[in-house]
Write a protein that binds this ligand. Sequence first.
Ligand code: IYR
Length: 225
Amino acid sequence: MTPATNPNSHPEGWIPLDAHCPQGTTLLAATDFYNTIKKRRTVRSFSDKPIPKEIIEQVLLAAGTAPSGAHKQPWRFIAISNPQTKHEIRIAVEKIEREFYEDKASNRWLDDLEPFETNPDKSYIDTVPWLIVVMALRNTDDGGQVYYLNESVGIATGMLLTAAHEAGLATLTHTPSPMKFLRDILGRSENERPYMMIPLGYPSDDCHVPDLSRKPLDEICVFVE
Ligand code: IYR
């Protein structure tokens, strides 16, 4: 395809951009969204209150709108509510996490984790109504090439967390290492690389989180004007 030289001509089959946010409302929209998303917290204490599958479907559809290298959409979300499967995953995860806390983690790492009071007990996997396993696809389903796999799946995962928060749901980003065991328990192919586990549910009634602050703007950004 040759690049268009006339700015008023477009490749055949292209459609006009359906911009959802009319010009002029942008500051308000940006501020509103920041005020919503700044309330997102990583949660480790979940309620067992069920969440209808339809809500999970909308959250996953939102995640699936992420940009990806050459639009290959190299992700698959395994949404697990089956109690036996969750329990099997819990048992396997706790074994891996015990090895981490008892052997693998450096003292510095353990010190850094202290404020979060994490430990190998992952009983919330039994409690939480949904466990989403994000898989990164090494190739497309028909064997084609994928590009920028980690970047693409990372963005989709971030959008999943954002969509869940917008739906009033709490999440935890969990990456037991190694995660290969998930492929065996879930009967998934070698083409799927477990990328992240995301328990998804309502926070427990008495859910508390550490009192963290976020870096101010002048530490996280530099304007070049
Ligand atoms: N995977 C372990 C340890 C852990 C590591 C980091 I970095 C965290 O931010 C939190 C936990 C666990 O889940 O307990």
